[in-house]
Design a protein around this ligand. Structure first.
Ligand SMILES: Cc1ncc(COP(=O)(O)O)c(C=O)c1O
Length: 423
C-alpha cells in the first residue's frame, strides 16, 4: 500500500493535515500544549464539552433536583440511552447496547450467559496474547463453575482455519484488535465461522470502538463488550458497554442479578425476575456523573463520519511505519504490528507497535520529550493513533524523537529504568 512513493517529508505530512476533513475536531479537546499524545487507546483525552456537561449535572440535577432527577432527568434510563448512542457508533440496533460496570464485569456477565446458551459444550476459547482481564474473567468463571469447563488458549491460525472450533467449543472470547500488536480480526468472517461450528463469539471491542466504523448488526455479531475510557473519551474509569444481539436477549441469562436488571425494580419483590431486553444485563445503580462525562465523549462521534475516522487511523499508521522504515534503520527497532498491503484488507487496528529489547526505558525517554506512548511488556513500544486528535505532522515529531533517543542512547539513564505500578 503506497501513499507517498518517495521518502516522506514533513511537508508531505503538513499537506495531509491541510486536506484532513477531521482536522478541526482536535480543537474540541483539551490537549497538552506541547508534545504528542499517543495514548488515546489507553485513556482518551478530555473533550472540551465534558466540563460543562458534568457541571450541569452537578449544579442542577444533583445540586437542586436531587432525588427527583431519577425521573426528571431520566437518570434511571441513562444506561440504555447511552447504550443507544454507543450503538450508533458500533453499528448496533436501538436496544442492543447497555452502558454499565467495567469491561471486566461485562465480560463476566456475557461469558456466563454465553455458556448457558450453549449447554453440553464445555470449552471456552481464547487467543494467545489476549488482554489478561479477558483470561482472568474466564478463569474466575470456570473456577466458580466447579471445574467442568476448560479454557483453551489457541494461536490465531487455529481460529482462522476453524481448527480450534471442535464440537465441544461453546464460545470464543476474542479481541477485535489485539492490545499488544494491534492485529485486527475480520469480525464478520470469524463470527460466521464460529456460528457454523455451533459456537458463539464474544468480541472485546476495547481497542476498536471509536477508532473505526463497526457494523455489529450487519456483521451478525452475537455478543460484545467495550471500554468507555479509551477511544470514546469518557474519562478515567468511565463505564463500559455491552452488546447483545436482539435475537439472543430473551433467552440471555446473566448471573449478576442486581435489582436494576429486575423486571420491576420498585416492586421490591423477593424473587428475581429479569427485565425484558437489554435491561436485564444491568445490575446496580448507574454512575450518573461518569455517564454524563461519557456522553460528552460519545456525542462527538455522532457529529463525525466514522468512515473518515477509520481511514485516517489507517493512514496515520501507514505513514508512521513508512517513517520508521525510512529513518530508523540499523537502530534495533522491529515493527511488531501487521503491515497492510492493500486498502481492501484491513489487518491492523489504530495503533503502531514497535519492538526493542529496551522498550521500557525508551518509552520513558520519549515521555520526557513529550511523546506519550506506552510500554507493553515484555518489549513493545505502543503508539495509539486517535484519529480525532492526531495530526499527520505529529508523526514526524514522534519518529524524530525516537531516532534521537536511540542514536544518543538517551534512554540509558538510571531514572528511565525505574518501573512504577503503572507502565
Ligand atoms: C482489550 C481490553 N479489554 C479489557 C480491558 C479492561 O477493561 P476494564 O478495566 O474496563 O475492566 C482493557 C484495558 O486496557 C483492554 O485493553
Amino acid at each position: 500500500m503506497t501513499i507517498f512513493p518517495s521518502a516522506l517529508t514533513l511537508k508531505d505530512l503538513q499537506e495531509s493535515d491541510s486536506a484532513d476533513p477531521l482536522a478541526t475536531v482536535r480543537d474540541r479537546f483539551v490537549l497538552p500544549e506541547a508534545g504528542v499524545y499517543f495514548c488515546g487507546n489507553s485513556l482518551g483525552p478530555l473533550p472540551r464539552a465534558t466540563k460543562g456537561r458534568v457541571h450541569e449535572v452537578l449544579r442542577q440535577q444533583w445540586g437542586q433536583d436531587l432525588i427527583r432527577s431519577w425521573t426528571r432527568h431520566d437518570w434511571i434510563d441513562m444506561p440504555l440511552r447511552m447504550g443507544d448512542k454507543i450503538g450508533r457508533i458500533i453499528g448496533a440496533l436501538p436496544g442492543e447496547v447497555a452502558v454499565a460496570d467495567s469491561t471486566s464485569i461485562n465480560l463476566f456477565k456475557l461469558l456466563a450467559a454465553a455458556l448457558r446458551l450453549r449447554p453440553g459444550r464445555n470449552v471456552l476459547l481464547a487467543e494467545e496474547g489476549t488482554f489478561p482481564t479477558d483470561l482472568y474473567m474466564m478463569q474466575g468463571l470456570v473456577d466458580l463453575l466447579g471445574g467442568s469447563y476448560e479454557i483453551r488458549i489457541v494461536a490465531r491460525e487455529a481460529l482462522l482455519s476453524g481448527q480450534a472450533f471442535d464440537p465441544d467449543v461453546a464460545l470464543a472470547c476474542l479481541s477485535h484488535v489485539q492490545f499488544r500488536d494491534g492485529a485486527l480480526h475480520d469480525v464478520e468472517a470469524m463470527t460466521a465461522l464460529a456460528r457454523d461450528a455451533g459456537a458463539l463469539v464474544l468480541w472485546d471491542l476495547a481497542h476498536s470502538a471509536g477508532a473505526m466504523p463497526l457494523h455489529l448488526h450487519r456483521w451478525k455479531v452475537d455478543l460484545a463488550v467495550g471500554c468507555g475510557y479509551k477511544y470514546l473519551n469518557g474519562g478515567p474509569g468511565a463505564p463500559a458497554f455491552l452488546y447483545v444481539a436482539k435475537h439472543l436477549q430473551q433467552s440471555l441469562e446473566q448471573p449478576l442479578w442486581g435489582w436494576l436488571g429486575h423486571a420491576e425494580p420498585f416492586a421490591l419483590e423477593e424473587a428475581y425476575r429479569p427485565a425484558d431486553g437489554i435491561r436485564r444485563t444491568l445490575c446496580g445503580t448507574p454512575p450518573i456523573l461518569s455517564l454524563a462525562a461519557l456522553e460528552a465523549g460519545c456525542d462527538l462521534f455522532l457529529e463525525v463520519d466514522l468512515e473518515q475516522v477509520g481511514k485516517k487511523g489507517r493512514r496515520l499508521g501507514h505513514l508512521f511505519l513508512q517513517l520508521v522504515d525510512e529513518t530508523l534503520e540499523g537502530l534495533g527497532i522491529e515493527v511488531a504490528c501487521p503491515r497492510e498491503t492493500s486498502l481492501e484488507r484491513q489487518l491492523r487496528g489504530s495503533q503502531v507497535c514497535l519492538r526493542h529489547p529496551d522498550a521500557f526505558p525508551i518509552v520513558q525517554a520519549l515521555i520526557e520529550r513529550g511523546i506519550a506512548g506506552d510500554f507493553r511488556a515484555p518489549d513493545v513500544l505502543r503508539f495509539g493513533l486517535s484519529p480525532l486528535i492526531l495530526r499527520y505532522a505529529d508523526l514526524w515529531q514522534a519518529v524524530a524523537s525516537l531516532r534521537e533517543v536511540l542514536e544518543t542512547r538517551a534512554w540509558d539513564q538510571p531514572h528511565f529504568h525505574c518501573r512504577g505500578a503503572v507502565t
